[in-house]
Design a protein around this ligand. Structure first.
Ligand SMILES: Cc1cc2nc3c(=O)[nH]c(=O)nc-3n(C[C@H](O)[C@H](O)[C@H](O)COP(=O)(O)OP(=O)(O)OC[C@H]3O[C@@H](n4cnc5c(N)ncnc54)[C@H](O)[C@@H]3O)c2cc1C
Length: 399
């Protein structure tokens, strides 16, 4: 990786993350892939907190240590290269806190951020989650704001607070989180663009329960859960941001959070490339290391191109956010390209490792399963592409 355009602090962050990944993530990656609820997961979360990995999610004014988004994505790439599922435990916590950080709601920031930071300095670090997706009509339609979307999670005023009813699915960290930012509709017949608000729910609230934990294809270290809200009452001060402003808030969230997701995909693409190259240098067939066969060189060159090109886009999107101009177009471009690169590189790595690539213990088939999810969450590849075109059309019409 060319690091000439990084500051010394960013280079230090990369080195720190690489060392952390080698020491704490690599040794447990395959174990948590097979057995996600292994005690190794809890130990990892504690080690990550102790090392400051959660503090890196938050800017300094919030008690964190994050310098800028570029530093954040450099860390995400390093950790995801070791195991993206393990990093998701951290990343999904960042996602869960983002509505609060971006809400411009000072009171909410004071109530819902410091206790999380304090917990990361103890032996009981807290995780967070964001719950937007719903089982009926609440997938891509909620991301692109389809006014026809049939929302089912609803909220109504009650006793000076709010009563939430409904269900969310596929929520990363859902069963592990101590705090969940939940989006719900005031009027399920109205357009999502006007009726959604965000609320903080904690698992100790009456009426909250975790339904099934889905049996995932990849990124298995981090659970994806169904969450059920059965007359969950939250006080007024648990509403985050403007009433009815939830969809707009979610839109801003994605202009920031798609870039770290792209960095996670980049980590997978890089890991696939590095594993394939290392193997090709030592595997001898046809009387020479397979890296000397032109057919293998063509594949490896394409893999290297994808990694460099993905990193270029990820860093460009992160730099835009770092100077206060987060761009949904750039973050969607980075996420789309990097996730396609991750899937392509994982497939190529399996091909280069041949039969060994197909076996669990070599860790390459895991990369393919892990990579596929990056084309689905935070908006599918199709929805990201629509949003890129929407931005381009808006630019052309001067909107
Ligand atoms: C493991 C996992 C973890 C997740 N974590 C979270 C989380 O932490 N929090 C959260 O809120 N959500 C989470 N999600 C949800 C994720 O964001 C959604 O799965 C995603 O947005 C797609 O929605 P869907 O699954 O309902 O698919 P659908 O929206 O039903 O899409 C199905 C297919 O149709 C295509 N499609 C949809 N609409 C259109 C259209 N208008 N034009 C053309 N094609 C279209 C899609 O691209 C896709 O190929 C997670 C999902 C998974 C699988």
């Amino acid at each position: 990786m060319d690091m000439t355009d990084l500051t010394s602090e960013q280079r230090d962050a990369k080195e720190w993350a690489a060392e952390f990944a080698k020491r704490f993530i690599e040794p447990i990656a395959l174990e948590l892939d097979k057995n996600p609820a292994s005690p190794a997961r809890e130990t990892f979360i504690k080690e990550a907190a102790k090392a400051g990995a959660f503090h890196n999610l938050l800017p300094e004014p919030f008690g964190g240590t994050a310098k800028d988004l570029l530093t954040g994505v450099i860390i995400a790439e390093e950790m995801a290269a070791a195991c993206v599922g393990c990093y998701m435990l951290i990343g999904a916590t960042g996602l869960g806190l983002t509505p609060i950080l971006l809400s411009m709601d000072g009171a909410a920031m004071g109530r819902f951020v410091p206790h999380m930071v304090e917990s990361w300095e103890t032996d009981s670090p807290k995780l967070a989650a964001l719950a937007a997706t719903e089982p009926t009509g609440g997938g891509s339609d909620i991301i692109n704001g389809n006014p026809e979307t049939k929302l089912t999670t609803r909220v109504e005023p009650k006793d000076g607070g709010w009563l939430i009813n409904g269900q969310k699915i596929f929520i990363s960290n859902g069963s592990l989180a101590s705090q969940i930012t939940v989006f719900a509709a005031h009027d399920t017949k109205a357009s999502i663009r006007d009726t959604w608000s965000c609320f903080v729910v904690t698992p100790d609230m009456d009426g909250f329960s975790v339904g099934q934990t889905f049996d995932k294809m990849g990124q298995r270290a981090c659970p994806a859960d169904e969450l059920v809200f059965d007359d969950v009452w939250v006080p007024e001060e648990n509403r985050v941001g403007e009433q009815g402003g939830g969809w707009a808030l979610n839109r801003v969230i994605m202009s920031v959070t798609r870039t770290p997701v792209a960095a996670m995909a980049l980590g997978i693409a890089r890991s696939a490339y590095e594993k394939a190259l290392e193997y090709a240098e030592v595997r001898v067939q046809g009387g020479k290391p397979i890296v000397q066969h032109q057919a293998m060189q063509l594949i490896l060159a394409d893999m290297a191109i994808r990694v460099e090109a993905a990193r270029g886009l990820v860093h460009k999107a992160a730099r835009a956010a770092s100077v206060g101009a987060p761009s949904l177009k750039l973050s969607s471009m980075a996420k789309t390209f990097a996730s396609d690169a991750a899937v392509a590189n994982a497939l190529d790595a399996i091909q280069i490792l041949g039969g060994y690539g197909y076996m669990h213990e070599y860790g390459v088939e895991k990369l393919l399963r892990d990579a596929k999810l990056t084309q689905i969450y935070e908006g599918t590849g199709q929805i990201n592409r629509f949003e890129i075109m929407e931005s381009i059309e808006a630019e052309r019409s001067g909107r």
